[in-house]
Design a protein around this ligand. Sequence first.
Ligand code: DAT
Ligand code: MG
Length: 138
Amino acid sequence: MERTFAMIKPDGVRRGLTADILARIQRKGYRLVGLKQMVISRETAENHYAEHKERPFFGELVEFITGGPVVAIALEGENAILGWRGMMGATNPANAAPGSIRADFATTTGENVTHGSDSPESAQRELGLFFKAEELLK
Ligand code: DAT
Ligand code: MG
C-alpha cells in the first residue's frame, strides 16, 4: 500500500469539478485517507513548489495556487503515486492521454486542474506539508 498527495487546484474547485474528480478517485478504488478544502498560504505554496523556484513561471504558479480554495487529498492504494499521476495525465493537457483528467478538463499547462506527488519522497514531503498526522486515517 502506498500513500500520495493529490490536490484539486483552484481552477478545478472554481469550475465545480470537485465531485467529478473525487468520483474518479473512488471508482479507481483508492481510499481517501485525508480530505479538506483550504486556501494555501504563500509560504506553503512556495515550499510545495520549491523545486520550481528558479523557473520563469514560479511567480504566476504561486499566485494561481493561492488564488482560491483547493481540495487537499491524501490517497491510499496499491501503486497510488504513479497510478494517480496516470489518472491526471501529462502536465501539458495537449500531451495528456485521452480520458485522463487533464485531457478531459484542461487546456493550458498553467491551469491543469490537479496535482499529484511524483515520487515516494515527494509524497511524504507533501503529505507532511498539507496534513497533520491526526488529520489522516490510520
Ligand atoms: P506536474 O504538476 O505535472 O508535476 P511540474 O511539477 O513540472 O508538473 O510543474 C508544476 C506545475 O507548474 C504544473 O502543474 C503547472 C506549472 N507549470 C509547469 N511547467 C510550466 C510552464 N512551462 N508554464 C507554465 N506553468 C508551468
Ligand atoms: Mg510536479
